[in-house]
Design a protein. Structure first.
Length: 79
């Protein structure tokens, strides 16, 4: 595993990280890693969520929506 050292962390940010770590019963290091994982890991949407978001987007841009596109991507393992 690699090591990451943070320098010049603002006092307020350090305090909030410490409080959050305590709430989750983690070390500050473990909490920082968890936060980085949440922010940097790609999230996978369910097919239903992808369809819902697609419909909302097509309504905003006034375009036609074809749910078959989503179903094809789902079959290909892309969603």
């Amino acid at each position: 595993m690699s090591t990451l050292t943070l320098k010049d962390v603002p006092d307020d940010l350090h305090k909030r990280l410490k409080e959050r770590a305590e709430r989750h019963r983690r070390s500050m290091n473990s909490e920082a890693i968890r936060i980085l994982e949440q922010v940097l890991s790609p999230s996978r949407l369910s097919a239903e969520e992808a369809i819902s978001r697609s419909k909302a987007l097509t309504e905003r841009i006034d375009a036609d929506f074809d749910p078959e596109i989503i179903e094809n991507k789902k079959r290909e393992g892309l969603l």
